[in-house]
Design a protein around this ligand. Sequence first.
Ligand code: 5GP
Length: 199
Amino acid sequence: MKGGKLLVFSAPSGSGKTTIVRYLLEQPELNLAFSVSATSRPRRVKEKHGEHYYFMSISEFKNHIKKGDFLEWEEVYRDNFYGTLKSEVDRLWAEGKNVIFDIDVVGGLRIKKKFPKETLAVFVKPPSVDELKIRLKKRSTESEDKINMRVAKASVELATAPQFDKIIKNYDLDEALEEARKLVLDFISTPATKSNSDK
Ligand code: 5GP
């Protein structure tokens, strides 16, 4: 596997990272393509197979694990597996794209470890855990139980922020979008032979 840059955006669910990733994908100068993850979680009404996720059963997912098809995978919530297929990154690199990931903190740090020079790992920080809960409730894609599960996980995830290359505080969305655009532009303009710590 070799090619362009990898941009990892990780954060607790509800922090606004998906909004940031979508915005970045619309910026032509960044030449980004979205890494579509595989998941065993149920499809939400508006989601499309192959666009938002590759939806599959738990047994299909486990089969891919056995075959070593994943760059990283994680049981993010119980029985909800998520993972990045190696074939997905290969496909997008073959198209000459920089690849952007909207994945959980553990997966994000794994990709950074596998490709230290090619990867910029960004942590998106929400104003507070209480604010996260409000955002998740507004989104109303999950049951109360699932929201509580996501909020409980958020505190653990927030503790991993210092391990990322950059932290974006998403207190004001417009500012966060602009900061993210600048960070990515700067990173993709720097040759991959230089690691972040050299900068
Ligand atoms: P959701 O169910 O809201 O789409 O995603 C739940 C969590 O799983 C989010 O934090 C999301 O970023 C993460 N996630 C999505 N795809 C992947 C992946 O390929 N690998 C890992 N490790 N996490 C992922």
